[in-house]
Design a protein around this ligand. Structure first.
Ligand SMILES: [Zn+2]
Length: 139
């Protein structure tokens, strides 16, 4: 093995739990909710200009209380809905447009749009990708 394969990669990181996040209220979370994970930030990888988090649910039967407050930021955001059995459903409110998306789906939130997602039911993972900014990175 050469040295390049054995040393810790600079650009690959493992996710870590992110207990708190701006605009999120994590109270009365159903047991189906798995811990929120932080996958990428400028603190984790130098120069990273994306802030990526995820939340998985396992066999969520009914929606929890809304735990993401409506908010907006000056950068766009994208949600990826991934589900091993396509059972994951989320509702979104984006600038007054209310809809339900079922995995697999990608939901784009334009910069400045007021938005609030909520997981409704199913099994899967919601990945949030947001361009890093002082708002996104701060809590
Ligand atoms: Zn947002």
């Amino acid at each position: 093995m050469n040295q390049a394969t054995t040393k810790k990669p600079r650009l690959a990181v493992a996710p870590r739990e992110q207990a708190e996040l701006a605009h999120h209220v994590d109270v009365n979370m159903p047991a189906a909710y798995q811990p929120r994970l932080l996958h990428l930030s400028g603190e984790m990888v130098e120069g990273a200009d994306l802030f990526i988090t995820s939340r998985s649910v396992i066999d969520l039967k009914e929606p929890a209380e809304p735990n993401v407050m409506p908010h907006r930021h000056e950068v766009s955001q994208t949600y990826l809905l991934l589900s091993p059995d396509n059972s994951l459903e989320c509702e979104f409110d984006i600038d007054g447009e209310h809809f339900t998306a079922r995995a697999p789906a990608t939901v784009f939130v334009p910069a400045g749009a007021l938005h609030a997602p909520r997981i409704l039911r199913g099994t899967g993972t919601v990945v949030s990708v947001i361009r890093a900014s002082h708002q996104a990175a701060s809590k």
